[in-house]
Design a protein around this ligand. Sequence first.
Ligand SMILES: Nc1ncnc2c1ncn2[C@@H]1O[C@H](COP(=O)(O)OP(=O)(O)OP(=O)(O)O)[C@@H](O)[C@H]1O
Ligand SMILES: [Mg+2]
Length: 312
Amino acid sequence: MDQKALQFLNLFSISLLTGYLTAEYVWPFIKRRLWNRSSIQRRLRHEEELSYGALHPDEISTGFEDIGGNEEAILRLRQLTDLLLAPPTNASRLLHAPSGLLLYGPPGCGKTMIARALAKSSGVRFLSLNLATIMDKWVGETEKYIEALFSLARKIAPVIIFVDEIDALTRKRGAGEREWSSGMKAQLLTFWDGLQSDRTEGVIILGATNRPQDIDEAFLRRMPVQIKIDLPGLEQRAAILRILLEDLDTPDVIDVDLIAEMATGCSGSDIHEMARRTVLNTTLSKTIPDTESFLTELDLLQSEKINCRRYI
Ligand SMILES: Nc1ncnc2c1ncn2[C@@H]1O[C@H](COP(=O)(O)OP(=O)(O)OP(=O)(O)O)[C@@H](O)[C@H]1O
Ligand SMILES: [Mg+2]
């Protein structure tokens, strides 16, 4: 074999070896580095996105003074949050309050209001998790989003992570479930447990739902304190109405107790809607809102609701 052929063979085997080493070791290493970097960047991007929704307590306009009734539920929630946010030093581990709480009950009865007011009164941030945004993510992106949620919560603690309509996110797992959905739930559970195991202080997960029966057992177990926010009773309806009428000039011509009595079965949201319509209509007709005008709107609202249910 002449000199040139030998040189060519040498060069060829060196390039072959280099190619092999690059493909086997160098490229996977670079790929991993690039992936890690983009993964961190994605998490940070999600954190930033989520942080826009994190309200400082001073930015929250709802306070407990705006909520009619529910005194017991509010008292219990306040005691638990105080304990979670500032556990007594040297206290037994058993005294550690659970990091997850659940508010459940019919729609329009004040669950979201209470959650916001709780954050305001405790002086902690309120981080509301928007389910539509989560569901909207690409496969694989949802997990990153959840990771970002927990890492942001740790950074800005003390914070209440509020998950409205939590049943949509934590529905019972089962056969036929989409892979991304079960992956997302597993991820959520893992991060949730992380809070407990590393004793993260100042992060409370507060869920709210109309359908507690749809929530997976595993999630219910992580929200052992479950507080019912029910339809308001007579006194509570009157209290809600009084709060709503506070800034009207003519509260004396309105028989709040009678309206509250006639509003049996109405939620706080219905009472709000009745009052809103009454004030709107009387303003348009340049009349003064009185008991009669409230009762007329209440009648209309109730028959609308009956018709709407019949249609469904
Ligand atoms: N206890 C209450 N005191 C004063 N206003 C109330 C009360 N409950 C409900 N409302 C009125 O009803 C509206 C809706 O309440 P909220 O959104 O908190 O209900 P919700 O229980 O979270 O309903 P959903 O289950 O549909 O999310 C409030 O903005 C408020 O105007
Ligand atoms: Mg709500």
